[in-house]
Design a protein around this ligand. Structure first.
Ligand code: UNU
Ligand code: FES
Ligand code: FE
Length: 446
């Protein structure tokens, strides 16, 4: 495939640098990963009423997500079936119909073609409107989070999230109110390959104390001790990393949910008030996760920091550029003041101009663009931290790494990335369901 040897080695502990640079790798990712995976489209809170819509991307495809009269959600490709013009140019709104600017074809809230100017006089009744609806995209929802998928043979969203739902339920359902998103999203362009931020959020606890040392010293609080990787920090005991069947994973820093927030009274109180109920519903291990800070990615390109509560989509725009969309994740049933305090603090830290966001951006560009050089690009890079210090766990699903500073979830992300690139279809992926974790060889770690 592609003539590039060994894109990812057999335990995903090192990668070819071509995966960040090569156009053929990127085109294969568009076909085999983005067109076949469940991609985040929006949250119910962003389009609460029938007729509400938002426009977004599924990789480089423009889509309209639309709230139907019956309460369900539909998505369709934002391109007219007449001459291909973009149908809707608004970011969001409420619409009875979508009218194309070019010749005036009219699409209903469900994407069907409902009206065509001069249909009788100039098409002579020969136009089959039923066959010319905007291209429909599968939509499914989990706890208010709405995803779309371009592959009819993909498993359901619930199966795709798989055992990772055991973790997600802790926060997306929580004590009962669950989480919602505040929009509209901040949007920015970053010159990097999409996988650099996705791998950073899925499993890079390592950079926190170094890249963000200055910011952590400014913020103070629980994580200030990470700054400069201080010798007295018990890094092995501060948390874990998790990876699951379809590449979703996270690292948790225990008892640190609101640590990056300078002003956090309302959010810390909300967590204190609700954690016992989470413990009753989900048990003690998940109660601990509920009050921890998570750096998380949902494969392939949706990431969030639970606790800090920034929520991001890395929309790819070619191999060397992304469009970053940043929402804030807040408890649905928190009071308005707490929600807006969380939004201000998430924006201050991880908004487009956020203190920690801008720490990361330069690394992400640099890690991509050094590979412009041929000699550089022919080399490999390493993600071997914690190999062997991980394995199946008696309580936590998936594979669990021994520290939040490790590369277990990073390897899990690339393991599935490679599996999707190699697989001709979802049937081939499903065939690996029982053996996917065999590359994590330490079966007796926990
Ligand atoms: O930069 C991050 N991904 C991060 C920052 C993770 C945990 C705490 C602070
Ligand atoms: Fe849309 Fe012609 S391209 S009406
Ligand atoms: Fe970071």
């Amino acid at each position: 495939m592609l003539g590039i040897p060994n894109l990812v080695d057999n335990v995903a502990s090192n990668q070819s640098r071509e995966i960040f640079w090569d156009k053929d790798v990127y085109n294969l990712e568009l076909e085999r990963i983005f067109a076949r995976s469940w991609l985040f489209l929006g949250h119910e809170s962003l389009l609460p009423k029938p007729g509400d819509f938002i426009t977004t991307y599924m990789a480089e495809d423009k889509v309209i997500l639309s709230h139907q009269q019956d309460g369900s959600f539909r998505a369709f490709i934002n391109s007219c079936t007449h001459r291909g013009n973009q149908i809707c140019h608004a970011d969001s709104g409420n619409a009875k119909a979508f009218v194309c600017n070019y010749h005036g074809w009219v699409y209903g809230q469900d994407g069907s073609l409902v009206d065509v100017p001069l249909e009788t006089r100039c098409y002579h009744g020969q136009l089959d409107k039923a066959k010319l609806g905007a291209k429909h995209i599968r939509v499914e929802t989990y706890k208010g989070f709405i995803f779309g998928c371009g592959d009819a043979d993909a498993p359901s969203l619930e199966e795709y999230l798989g055992e990772f739902r055991w973790y997600l339920d802790t926060i997306w359902e929580g004590a009962g109110g669950g989480l919602e998103l505040l929009g509209p999203p901040m949007k920015s362009i970053l010159a990097c390959n999409w996988k650099v931020p996705a791998e950073n959020f899925v499993g890079d606890g390592y950079h926190v104390g170094w890249t963000h040392a200055g910011a952590l010293m400014q913020v103070g609080g629980e994580l200030a001790g990470l700054a400069g990787n201080r010798a007295d920090m018990p890094f092995e005991k501060l948390g874990f990393q998790f990876t699951t069947r379809h590449g979703h994973g996270f690292g948790v820093i225990n008892n640190a949910a609101p640590a990056i927030h300078v002003k956090r009274d309302g959010w810390a109180k909300y967590l204190a008030d609700t954690r016992a109920e989470v413990g009753r519903k989900f048990g003690p291990e998940r109660e601990e996760l509920y009050v921890g800070h998570w750096n998380c990615s949902l494969f392939p390109s949706c990431s969030f920091l639970y606790g800090t509560n920034t929520f991001k989509v890395w929309h790819p725009r070619g191999p060397h550029e992304i469009e970053v969309w940043t929402y804030t994740m807040v408890p649905r049933d928190a009071d308005a003041e707490t929600k807006s305090m969380i939004q201000r603090e998430a924006t201050r830290s991880f908004g487009t101009a956020g203190t920690l966001e801008s720490d990361d951006g330069e690394n992400m560009s640099s890690s991509t663009f050094v590979n412009r050089g041929t000699i550089t690009r022919n080399g490999r890079i390493s993600s071997s931290m914690g190999v062997g210090f991980e394995g199946p766990h008696p309580v936590f699903p998936g594979i669990v790494g021994s520290s939040f500073i490790g590369e277990t979830s990073h390897r899990g992300f690339y393991r599935f990335w490679k599996e999707m690139l190699d697989a001709p279809d979802w049937k081939a992926v499903k065939a690996n369901d029982d053996t996917w974790d065999s590359m994590f060889t330490n079966r007796n770690y926990w």
